[in-house]
Design a protein around this ligand. Structure first.
Ligand SMILES: C[S@@+](CC[C@H](N)C(=O)[O-])C[C@H]1O[C@@H](n2cnc3c(N)ncnc32)[C@H](O)[C@@H]1O
Length: 255
């Protein structure tokens, strides 16, 4: 996926807020073996590592572009490897804490994914996950509608991205069925105030637009982005633009 750390980093404060909420759910213990799935630029893996006494943290991410900057955050007890979450799930390694901030939404079928991720834990281990649950917002609906129109529909072979994200009750049930205790699952609106529609388009181009741009031929990438921006400009003429961003946070202990 062509992730762009520069675009992603533009909205750092907004993107960091749910990470700090996740930290409030973390059971701090000494000497934890931790994996951060989809660690991105590694900046938050570093904050996590700094927060935990004497932990060993491994951040993995599929994107070489995102990991490029991670070198600067490496420290004793904190390493990064380029690997997909799917590959990591096939490994035998077990962890005291499986952490993932804003990454699991890119993997399909959460009914089986979440149990597999929980399977990475040692007995007594903790799962700590944050997933954006904003897929029904106008910004996302507009992408799907545009992708269903020509010439994009043919170029994409009729493909649009269906969000795999479940409702909070379903996640709570999965955690319970797998023997989770101290279960916390909630959805929170993060109130983002953006300068204007252009800033909103910028935000989305750092995430939700990516899979479409990746699949479209070169000559349609620019027009797709242009059409998308135009629709946002028509809908959000005001300044600032209020963007209520929903995210799901979950934590549980297993075994
Ligand atoms: C929104 S960023 C979050 C990065 C970081 N966790 C943070 O909070 O700043 C999502 C990250 O997930 C990674 N990602 C998406 N699908 C992945 C997969 N299947 N395996 C590994 N990483 C993946 C992307 O490369 C990207 O760096």
């Amino acid at each position: 996926m062509p992730w762009n750390p520069e675009v992603y980093n533009k909205f750092k404060a907004e993107r960091f807020a749910p990470f700090y909420d996740l930290l409030t759910l973390l059971k701090v213990r000494q000497d934890l073996q931790v994996i951060d799935l989809g660690c991105g630029t590694g900046e938050l893996s570093r904050k996590l590592a700094d927060y935990l006494p004497n932990a060993n943290v491994l951040g993995i991410d599929a994107s070489a572009e995102m990991l490029q900057g991670a070198v600067e955050f490496e420290a004793e007890g904190l390493n990064f490897e380029q690997r997909s979450i799917e590959q990591q799930l096939k490994e035998d390694s077990r962890w005291d804490l499986v952490f993932s901030n804003a990454a699991l939404q890119w993997l399909q079928n959460h009914e089986t994914l979440i149990p597999s991720v929980i399977g990475m834990l040692k007995p007594g281990g903790q799962l700590l996950v944050q997933i954006p649950s904003n897929h029904d917002h106008f910004t996302h609906e507009t992408i799907r509608n545009l992708a269903a129109q020509e010439p994009y529909c043919s170029a994409l072979n009729g493909w649009t991205r269906i969000s795999p994200v479940l409702n909070i009750e379903s996640y709570a049930k999965i955690l319970f069925d797998l023997g989770g205790s101290e279960i916390t699952v909630f959805e929170k609106v993060y109130p983002h105030v953006l300068k204007d529609a252009a800033a909103l388009a910028d935000w989305v181009s750092g995430t939700a637009l990516i899979p479409y741009l990746e699949k479209l031929p070169e000559e349609l990438k620019k027009t797709f982005t242009g059409h998308y921006q135009m629709q946002l400009y028509q809908r959000f003429r005001e300044s600032p633009v209020f963007y209520p961003f929903k995210r799901t946070l979950m934590a549980a202990v297993f075994g």
